[in-house]
Write a protein that binds this ligand. Structure first.
Ligand SMILES: [Zn+2]
Ligand SMILES: [Zn+2]
Length: 223
């Protein structure tokens, strides 16, 4: 399996998720990739996404809410003749698709999912407001944290790391949790690797902190 470094854009991860969802929905009728346990589905979808990503049209790889008009109306008209043999052979040998034509059909369905996910309107940040801190789950006064810190926006856009529509996504965090987030990573690291609440919660140090903070009373200092 190749390393995921070269493709870390939001769009690449959207494609990988779409592949994983389609693979999951195949696995009850067909032989699953080996077992449907999570890390394997993760590896399998990452592998397939890496194989096919470089062969997709540029407009597709940059698809976002802002660029949605650059995608063809009829997605079936997109030529898939450059789909790598490795992608097709893998689907066939794992029983996901009976033959090459079916593998192309599978890819078309994934691309349709991808186009609609990647071009979805951005969440309006004020409507994502939660009652509880998204890390420690306490119901205490919250601040908002720009998941892609504002100081990185120019660089992020220049490097095409995230579409403009992602720039204003926020997490609602209590002050102590917000401080911790900025202590564990630089703005650049946050923008590259921790631009969603679930990515933040995937870190062991954040989990440990969240568990600790959830038990702390707010406001009153005891002892
Ligand atoms: Zn908190
Ligand atoms: Zn912040």
């Amino acid at each position: 399996m190749s390393s995921p470094e070269p493709f870390e854009s939001s769009q690449f991860l959207v494609l990988k998720d779409c592949l994983a969802r389609r693979l999951l929905s195949c696995s009850d009728t067909l032989e699953p990739p080996s077992s449907s346990s999570e890390p394997e589905l993760d590896d399998f979808s990452a592998y397939l996404a890496h194989e096919v990503w470089p062969t997709l049209p540029e407009a597709f790889r940059r698809a976002s809410y802002e660029t949605r008009s650059t995608l063809p109306d009829d997605l079936d008209s997109i030529p898939l003749n450059s789909t790598p043999g490795s992608f097709i052979d893998t689907l066939v040998s794992y029983g996901i698709a009976p033959d090459a034509d079916a593998a192309q059909m599978f890819l078309r369905k994934v691309l349709a999912d991808y186009a609609s996910d990647a071009c979805a309107p951005p969440p309006v940040w004020s409507s994502t407001r939660t009652k509880e801190c998204e890390i420690c789950e306490r119901e205490i006064p919250l601040t908002y944290h720009h998941l892609i810190p504002r100081a990185t926006h120019t660089k992020v856009l220049k490097k095409n790391l995230h579409p403009t529509s992602m720039l204003n996504s926020v997490a609602w965090l209590c002050r102590p949790c917000h401080t911790v987030v900025h202590q564990i990573a630089t703005n650049e690291e946050l923008a590259r690797g921790y631009y969603s609440v679930s990515l933040l919660l995937g870190r062991e140090d954040i989990q440990r902190w969240g568990k600790y903070a959830s038990k702390q009373r707010f406001g009153v200092r005891r002892g």
